[in-house]
Ligand binder design. Structure first.
Ligand code: SF4
Length: 101
């Protein structure tokens, strides 16, 4: 039903594919799959293990997202947009921890 469609579905602000990018596509995806570049440098990185993506932690402690395509899928715009509250909270918590508020 049309009324139940998410506000962002089919909108240009929710999808952008930069096929001229020197690194396109920066992650392997099946042939013909839409590739969203809007969230290049994933905004969920700072959520650590709570991002919901397919990450692994290297022995060095670095979070490795090379196996994750979550931010590049057209249908995940809503998932990422909804996580901005969690990002804002994590930043506020960090500032409080640092004694900046
Ligand atoms: S694992 Fe995926 S969703 Fe999580 S931060 Fe990395 S790219 Fe983003």
């Amino acid at each position: 039903m049309e009324e139940n469609k998410p506000y962002w579905e089919g909108k240009h602000f929710a999808f952008y594919s930069n096929k001229a990018c020197e690194y396109y596509p920066c992650h392997k995806v099946p042939e013909g799959q839409d590739f969203n570049c809007l969230f290049c440098y994933c905004p969920l990185y700072m959520l650590g293990r709570a991002c919901g993506g397919n990450f692994k932690y290297l022995d060095s402690g670095i979070k490795d997202c090379s196996g994750c395509t979550l931010p590049h899928k057209r249908e995940n715009y809503g998932y990422i947009a909804e996580k901005f509250q969690a990002i804002a909270k994590a930043m506020a918590d960090q500032e409080q921890e640092d004694g900046q508020t």
